[in-house]
Write a protein that binds this ligand. Structure first.
Ligand SMILES: CC(C)(COP(=O)(O)OP(=O)(O)OC[C@H]1O[C@@H](n2cnc3c(N)ncnc32)[C@H](O)[C@@H]1OP(=O)(O)O)[C@@H](O)C(=O)NCCC(=O)NCCS
Length: 223
């Protein structure tokens, strides 16, 4: 092989991206991803009170961008069902929900999920996220998206990540573009958000290691 030595873009990125570690946290399947000022961990039934309080105080801020909340959405029973579904998805490897927590005191600041994970020929997943209103505008979600991308590409081994936003969600679009997502298309009447079918813009990011391997394969070099 000739030319300048290849630099693994993921390893190189990780010099500036904080460490990711996995260790037991309130259970054997817990995964904790640590960043500079936050960490990501899976939701737990013990989080109900704190989660419900944050969602309730932020509802005017969140509801315009989310599917309609069922009447009992903040109840303990509904949360228990949510945790049960999350655990099934984690076990099946189809979804990886995380709470975004303060590195200072562990408080829940928001949530971020890698969902709809498809293996086989796709190796693709979709990310979605929300912040508690009082924690918004401080760069927290930008850090969380960076951590989840790194985890999805390095630890889970996905090839492609997708995210869809309502076109006028400028904050969300800014986060994705900063994280290296590219706009790929316009999805008409894609998701029912706050009671109405809304158009979305589709953003995607390809695993940088795989992009490089694809290029090498096209050039006929050994990978
Ligand atoms: C979108 C959301 C997750 C952003 O979280 P956050 O922690 O505030 O995001 P960050 O602080 O990391 O970054 C926000 C970026 O948008 C920018 N921004 C903030 N308000 C903006 C506005 N009105 N117009 C354009 N850009 C804006 C910020 O300046 C920042 O960019 P910068 O780092 O270049 O300065 C949060 O606002 C939220 O939960 N909104 C409601 C739910 C939602 O929209 N979910 C996503 C559905 S796709």
């Amino acid at each position: 092989m000739s030319g300048s030595p290849w630099v693994n873009p993921i390893t190189a990125a990780s010099r500036t991206v904080p460490d990711m570690i996995a260790f037991p946290f309130r259970g054997t399947r817990q995964q904790v991803i640590t960043g500079k000022s936050i960490f990501l961990r899976h939701p737990d039934i013990a989080d109900h009170t704190e989660w419900a309080a944050l969602r309730e105080e932020s509802q005017a801020f969140l509801r315009p961008w989310e599917p309609t909340w069922p009447d009992d959405d903040l109840s303990r029973a509904a949360f228990r069902g949510r945790i049960r579904r999350y655990n099934q998805e984690i076990t099946a490897g189809t979804g990886f929900p995380f709470f975004i927590c303060s590195g200072q005191n562990g408080a829940i600041l928001g949530g971020i999920t890698l969902g709809n994970v498809r293996r086989g020929v796709s190796q693709c997943g979709q990310i979605g996220y929300w912040m508690g209103e009082r924690y918004g505008g401080k760069g927290v979600m930008s850090e969380a998206v960076g951590l989840l991308c790194d985890h999805s590409f390095r630890a889970i081994g996905l090839h492609r990540l997708e995210a869809a936003c309502i076109p006028d969600n400028t904050r969300s679009i800014r986060i994705l573009e900063k994280a290296g997502f590219a706009r790929e298309g316009y999805l008409r009447s894609y998701l029912k958000i706050n009671g109405a079918w809304r158009d979305h813009v589709l953003y995607a990011r390809i695993n940088p290691l795989h992009e490089h391997m694809g290029l090498k394969a096209k050039q006929g070099e050994a990978v």
